[in-house]
Design a protein around this ligand. Structure first.
Ligand SMILES: Cc1cc2nc3c(=O)[nH]c(=O)nc-3n(C[C@H](O)[C@H](O)[C@H](O)COP(=O)(O)OP(=O)(O)OC[C@H]3O[C@@H](n4cnc5c(N)ncnc54)[C@H](O)[C@@H]3O)c2cc1C
Length: 352
């Protein structure tokens, strides 16, 4: 029997993870990818974090998502011959008593993920920060890290190109092939698609990369911004959240927010930082913080893999395996992510 064929429209992180998942399950995959200004993946920091820092509670489906994510990317590392996963604990300075109580309470409830009294600050070179900030204690999030998104996307593109599966073009309805499934993984650009994905909540994000001699390299730090060591003296800090301005590039307002965050994070060390590179993209966030995964009303064998917001790294592998099973008629989609919740919309197709 011929393998089933699928066109994945958009190879950002979502479409790439889904395309690779389907290919490993025996699908014949073709990928249409054309980078439009504002795409999220080229600027993603790639962090995964099992905990929501504001509420100090575990993220949605975190145990199964984390395990699926690690299995998926470890297999990708073996297959593509490159390292993509950077395991790094995430630490947060605790600066006042109320925050300390919140951390202690959360660490007692979720000991797998949280330690409210981390003792590694000295070894991590954080003592100068401790003094400047007046740190009462350090909170630690275990099992966090970051994916080398750029390296992973590029490795997949090269593999698909060498297999003749990569089309560098905008997909349009005219590219529809009979009997082939189509998955819409266009990120925020699906927002223009009639009513169906109009509930996407585009969320612009800006971040900055820079060189910082002798910065902390073994942990990621969270204050208003995150500080992510990239290797050598290179660092990334971000990100902003903006719900009204969807211009694709960096803005003065975004840069000012990042600068204020860097002053808070680095204090005097900021004067030694240089080679700043500002980046911006638009996250395809959903109206209810759950991805959109399931059938697309634009026709038979039309599917959606979208709405990953700021959680593409952690959630895409688990949900890709669930969508693949549903496309094969074998699995039941998670009701909180299923596109059924968007209601019975009609669509003439994937507008571009
Ligand atoms: C500043 C910032 C920081 C972030 N940090 C993190 C992080 O630390 N951790 C994390 O998990 N996530 C992070 N994200 C979010 C992450 O980028 C997304 O969750 C993830 O990349 C999924 O995006 P996507 O593939 O759905 O969309 P996109 O990355 O936008 O990809 C969609 C692609 O489809 C292409 N396309 C659209 N229409 C067509 C068409 N008709 N034909 C062909 N191609 C088309 C687009 O040009 C685009 O390249 C961040 C995002 C931003 C902006």
């Amino acid at each position: 029997m011929d393998s089933p064929s699928v066109v994945v429209v958009g190879a950002g992180l979502a479409g790439t993870v889904l395309g690779r998942t389907l290919q490993k399950r025996g699908w014949s995959v073709r990928v249409f990818q054309h980078t439009r200004p504002g795409a999220a993946t080229p600027v993603a920091a790639g962090l995964w974090n099992p905990i929501n820092f504001f509420r100090l509670i575990p993220g949605w489906r975190v145990e199964e998502a984390l395990s699926a994510m690690l299995d998926f990317f470890e297999a990708e590392e073996r297959d593509l011959g490159q390292i993509f996963l950077n395991h790094r604990p995430y630490v947060q300075p605790i600066l006042h008593q109320e925050h300390r109580l919140q951390w202690e309470d959360a660490a007692a409830k979720y000991p797998r993920w949280l330690d409210a009294d981390w003792q590694g600050a000295k070894d991590a070179g954080l003592v100068p920060y401790e003094r400047t900030w007046g740190v009462l204690a350090w909170g630690l999030v275990r099992e966090a890290g970051w994916l080398d998104v750029e390296g992973y996307i590029e490795a997949c593109r090269q593999r698909w190109q060498s297999q003749g599966r990569w089309v560098d073009a905008l997909w349009t309805e005219a590219d529809q092939v009979e009997r082939s499934s189509v998955v819409d993984a266009r990120g925020v650009f699906a927002h223009s698609d009639g009513e169906f994905l109009a509930r996407l909540k585009p969320t612009k994000g800006e971040l900055v990369e820079f060189t910082l001699p002798n910065g902390p390299a073994s942990v990621m730090i969270k204050r208003d911004l995150f500080l992510q060591p990239l290797g050598g003296d290179r660092y990334r800090a971000g990100a902003t959240f903006e719900w009204h301005d969807f211009s694709p590039g960096s803005t003065d307002q975004g840069k000012a927010k990042l600068h204020a965050g860097l002053v808070q994070l680095l204090g005097e060390d900021l004067s030694g930082a240089h080679d700043f590179e500002y980046k911006a993209g638009i996250r395809p966030a959903s109206h209810d913080r759950r991805p959109y995964v399931g059938a697309h009303p634009g026709g038979v064998n039309r599917w959606v893999f979208n709405g990953f917001g700021a959680k593409g790294v952690l959630l895409a592998p688990l949900l890709a395996s669930e969508l693949a099973a549903a496309m094969e008629g074998k699995g039941v989609l998670n009701p909180e992510a299923d596109t059924k919740r968007l209601g019975p919309f009609h669509s003439s197709g994937l507008a571009v």
